[in-house]
Write a protein that binds this ligand. Structure first.
Ligand code: PLP
Length: 330
């Protein structure tokens, strides 16, 4: 495998802790639950995008770029972390965000502004329009003699996913060191980079672990197609002799509710339960829905009490403050 040969910059505090959550396990009458704390990657309040950005911006630096452009929702964690990472490396950040501009910037959008990113908000849900805006921007910058580097939504391509292939190896060595056999990993999945890296990692190490992606928005088929596309490129990128099988990829879209970015009652409950059993904060867009998914799977007796399930905390907490209204009931 060629992971070590890819250009990379150091942005995240690694390894992130792997913590047991015994009160949560008791409360749910569940398996042994562990939380992989990628909310503690340490880049501008942390989250899963730090691992991807190490490889993405490694490539940007190798190519001699000076501006980084990315896209996301108004409350994009990826945009916030890209803005901070770009500043850290001396690149100028531009973030193209789709959605409704709020009256007052909160959460991630507030942080985009503090990091001095050029923020363009476009009121559309159409990805083609967003892509068109980014392409126009990049073309204009090139015409002005700049060297833009464009990062796709969520940092999810093979280069970004390499960060999560490395993350799987990190978890495996932590689990081995503590004598824990991991049976399943549950995490929020949307643009697919995280699941692509983890899934490829479990296959590569032949560990028989189920990587269960809980969609925070898109339909199951959409996430599955994204993940399989990225995995196919990732195995080329790091030169693995193995090819993915569409039939063993696990994605659930039962916990999305109305749509992306709108917290469900089960999501808000999951956030309160984890806060009150473990003192760990989840977020209302991704990890709350993913935890509602884990709780649903436990209720369906998907795991036995002696199994070890890792809940991969992918971060996202700044969005709590942009959803303050949802928590007014307590
Ligand atoms: C981006 C994000 C995810 C989803 O990860 P993908 O790699 O895009 O599937 C999950 N949780 C949080 C907090 C995120 O910001």
């Amino acid at each position: 495998m060629q992971l070590g040969n890819l250009p990379r910059v150091k942005l995240a505090h690694l390894p992130t802790p792997l913590e047991e959550a015994p009160r949560l396990s008791d409360y749910l009458h569940g398996p042994r639950i562990w939380i992989k704390r990628d909310d503690l990657t340490g880049l501008a309040l942390g989250g899963n995008k730090a691992r991807k950005l190490e490889f993405l911006l490694g490539q940007a630096r190798q190519q001699g770029c000076d501006v980084v452009i990315t896209v996301g929702a108004v409350q994009s964690n990826h945009a916030r972390m890209t803005a901070a990472a770009a500043r850290r490396l001396g690149f100028e950040p531009i973030v193209v965000l789709n959605g409704e501009p709020p009256d007052q910037a909160q959460g991630n959008l507030l942080l985009d502004r503090i990091f001095g990113a050029e923020v363009r908000i476009i009121q559309t849900d159409d990805d083609y329009i967003v892509t068109g805006v980014v392409e126009d921007l990049a073309r204009q910058l090139r015409r002005d003699g700049r060297k833009p580097f464009v990062i796709p939504r969520g940092g999810s391509n093979a280069t970004g996913a390499a960060g999560y292939l490395g993350a799987w190896l990190e978890l495996l060595s932590q689990a081995n060191a503590s004598g824990v056999r991991v049976d399943a990993v549950v995490h929020a999945s949307t643009s697919g980079g995280t699941q692509s890296g983890l899934y490829t990692g479990t296959k590569l190490t032949d560990s028989g672990v189920q990587v269960i992606g809980i969609s925070a928005g898109p339909r199951r088929e959409v996430v599955t197609t994204r993940v399989l596309g990225i995995v196919a490129e990732l195995v080329e990128l790091v030169d693995l002799p193995w090819r993915p099988h569409p039939d063993d990829l696990i994605v659930y879209d039962d916990y999305v509710g109305e749509r992306y970015g709108v917290p469900t009652p089960a999501c808000l409950d999951a956030i309160r339960i984890v806060a009150r059993t473990e003192g760990v904060l989840l977020d209302p867009v991704y990890t709350g829905k993913a935890m509602a998914g884990l709780m649903g799977l436990i209720a369906q007796e998907r795991f036995t009490p002696d199994q070890n399930v890792v809940f991969w905390h992918t971060g996202g907490q700044p969005a709590v403050f942009a959803h303050a209204g949802a928590f007014q009931e307590g």
